[in-house]
Write a protein that binds this ligand. Sequence first.
Ligand code: GDP
Ligand code: MN
Length: 372
Amino acid sequence: MNLYEFQGKQVFKDHGIPVPRGITLTDPDAKKVEDAPMPCVVKAQVLTGGRGKAGGIALCDTVDEAREAARRILGMDIKGHTVGKVLLEAQLDIERELYLAVLLDRSARDVLVMASAEGGVDIESVADDDILQLHVDPLTGITDDQVRKLTRFLALSGESAAELETVLRGLYETFTEEDCELCEVNPLAVTAEGLVAADAKVTVDDNALFRHDWTPPKEERTELEQKARDKGIAFIQLDGHIGVIANGAGLTMATLDALTHYGGAGGVFLDLGGTDDPEQVKEAVLLMKEADPSVVLINLFGGITKTDTVARGILQVLESEGLDQPVVARIKGRNEKKAKALLKDAGFVAVSDLKEAAERTVEIDRKERGVD
Ligand code: GDP
Ligand code: MN
């Protein structure tokens, strides 16, 4: 689970890392605005990066400006995330921006410290030579030698070197005590008042959530997704136009990959799981109908589930409710012959090969939408 910046900064503070003073706000007209330190920076609280570029960060000198900025940023859409809260905190006079992170290195089976003097930008865009990586033995923790390597790499000395040690040890303590997968500070700001964590990205291990009392953020869903969820159906809307119905999460993902591979794009996917319960299948098809895709690709694999039972369920709904879209079915496994015969009789394309099914689907999608 990812924590919001304001939550991450709270834990950082609890572990001795300097963070700017600030308040959070959900209503721009709240009196609380007056408690914000001035000049301040108003920051959208969303679980995605690049807020600055998206207009979700504003530097303000007065309470009125801050209120105006909060009004503009609250409700804003940043990469599909709606801003429900803003953080107003003391503006920093930043001299240099550093990058510092402590994360889990699964392949090395240890903890990794990553640092760069090129902070404030996406770490993926920083050249390898400009990133220092230190593997920390979980049994010994961070050694004095590693602290020295880090301060030298970031060209810090005297007071700042001592502060960096405090931040690094605080970050490592946060990582271990809060059961994290990632604790990232980008940028770690060098200011006249010392080092300050200007941003916080913290991912906590879901398996350890029971040991802490974080409330999981409300997931953002479309209206149809919420409807599906209320009915216990796994249903996700995407950017493309092709509807996918499959049984099992892995098969659904593989189907989307196959469509992408052949030049198509999934628009909505629906995972029937292991069910062949006619009521559940009916609800699923009705949701698909409402999503209005260009073509529907049904990909069924029968292990325990009988593919002909699922196919019959789908056909019944299609007949009673009517679906205007063309349907391509790929059936494999238990009773596949029966299932294919049923679908072919109903006028659908029914094949056993995923490649063929994906190619046919992409072709139909293009034709339906009039693109070549
Ligand atoms: P992100 O873009 O979503 O990662 O948001 P950040 O919190 O990292 O902020 C983006 C950039 O805004 C930082 O790299 C800084 O350059 C700038 N910024 C953030 N807070 C302050 C501040 O208090 N003072 C100044 N001068 N710049 C800030
Ligand atoms: Mn950042």
